[in-house]
Write a protein that binds this ligand. Structure first.
Ligand code: GTP
Ligand code: MG
Length: 397
């Protein structure tokens, strides 16, 4: 397992007594992992739902839907390193003028989302195909799928089957793009009103997978908790970092904290735990945004947050939690049996093991909080879905 190998690497640095080198390496890892920026372009005609789509991507309430189209840039609320720009629709006069003058600055963007509320036209796909030759990464997104579904439900009445309708819609998009010369276009059917449904989650996974490692990290951690899958991926990403943070906090501070038997950098831990809380959208700002999107109150959602650090992060709470850490004696004796260190190194291992345990527990707890909050925010939506399925003639007994 990668984390076991990492653990061993750290222990080997310690066994050579290289505490300062270990601290330097870990510190530069955190500095560089936080410096990555991600630029996403959303190309769409006026009315395609650019504003609504960007709000869904960022987890922000409908702020500027319906306002005049301009080339705006939006920063993700919990991570200003991820930026989304609105560009004019493919083939529009504004788009052509932007290409001709170079003002659209394609080279600045990592990913291109081509948004439409109707099926893609041949000329749009030809243009995208030409641009793809320049190695840009394109994703074709048909927005407002919920509207199409409602329309189909009304027209097709009892012959309507959602999965078949979606499949036909997707095939029509792929075929249309194929006729325009795109060999294997990536098509996603989404609703910006209901990002937990249809292909929104799959789109996020595709965007994430196409980014290089450090940008992928920044993008994933900035995303709102649209699905349980996003929460799980965030958890896995943070757990990869936890041992490094534990190691840095243990090597960076060698003077014990009053009231605590180990030495570690509490301020550093508080800073990272607060950022984890934001990553899991448990901070007040995130809860308020989600509450507004979901039509609930922040108090209602906050009631689902039960873990210690999900509720609050402070240096005092960190000291309490480190003191409480359970089962550590067994873990520590195992480590010390393998690596019989003495003196300073042994003290560092003791604090590393304790902090590592606390951070793992904190990340697991916050991820569970995030899932409960998501469930609460979608509760009524799901109840409505169940009602509509039971009243669907196809499912009637
Ligand atoms: N039902 C449904 N309505 C949507 C969806 N996306 C956007 N809308 C609605 O469609 C209309 C246009 O959406 P906007 O996000 O303002 O579109 P835009 O492309 O930003 O438009 P301009 O800013 O005027 O260029 C608004 O009334 C939105 O609420 C969707 O996925 N489903
Ligand atoms: Mg708009």
């Amino acid at each position: 397992m990668a984390s076991a190998a990492n653990n061993n690497y750290f222990l080997s640095l310690l066994s050579s007594g290289m505490l300062e080198t270990a601290a330097e390496k870990l510190s530069s890892y955190f500095t560089s992992s936080q410096s990555a920026t991600v630029n996403i372009a959303v190309i769409g005609k006026s009315g395609s739902g650019q504003s609504a789509f960007i709000d869904a991507l960022q987890g922000t309430p409908d702020t500027d839907a319906g306002t005049a189209p301009t080339q705006r840039t939006h920063q993700f609320p919990n991570n200003d390193a991820v930026i989304v720009s609105e560009l004019p629709g493919l083939g529009s006069s504004k788009f052509r003028a932007g290409v001709a003058s170079g003002s659209l600055q394609f080279h600045r963007h990592d990913l291109f989302i081509v948004l439409t509320s109707r099926r893609f036209k041949k000329k749009d796909s030809r243009l995208a195909g030409e641009m793809e030759q320049g190695n840009e990464k394109f994703y074709f997104v048909q927005n407002q799928v919920d509207r199409e579904l409602d329309r189909a439900k009304r027209w097709q009445s009892c012959f309507y089957l959602e999965s078949r309708f979606l499949e036909n819609l997707r095939n029509a998009c792929v075929e249309g793009l194929g006729k325009g010369g795109m060999e294997s276009p990536r098509v996603f059917l989404v609703s910006s009103r209901n990002p937990d449904k249809f292909d929104f989650g799959r789109l996020l996974e595709a965007l994430e997978a196409d980014l290089p490692a450090q940008k992928r990290r920044a993008f994933l951690l900035a995303l709102p908790n649209i699905t349980r899958c996003v929460i799980e991926r965030k958890k896995a990403m943070l757990l990869e970092d936890v041992w490094k943070l534990a190691a840095l906090s243990a090597t960076a501070a060698l003077i014990p904290i009053p009231g605590l038997s180990i030495a570690c950098d509490i301020a550093l831990l508080a800073q990272h735990l607060s950022s984890y809380r934001k990553v899991f959208n448990l901070d007040e700002g995130s809860l308020a945004r989600l509450a507004k999107r979901a039509g609930k109150t922040a108090e209602h959602l906050r009631a689902a947050v039960t873990s210690t650090f999900g509720q609050r992060v402070s240096e005092g709470i960190i000291i309490d939690e480190l003191n409480k850490a359970t089962g550590l004696k067994i873990q520590l004796s195992k480590v010390l049996k393998l690596v019989p260190f003495v003196g300073q190194v042994s003290a560092v291992i003791l604090s590393y093991t304790t902090v590592n345990h606390m951070l793992n527990t904190a990340v697991e707890g916050m991820a569970e909080d995030a899932k409960r909050v998501l469930d609460k925010s979608l509760q009524e939506e799901r109840e409505k879905d169940i009602d509509s399925i039971s009243s669907d003639p196809l499912f009637a007994m």
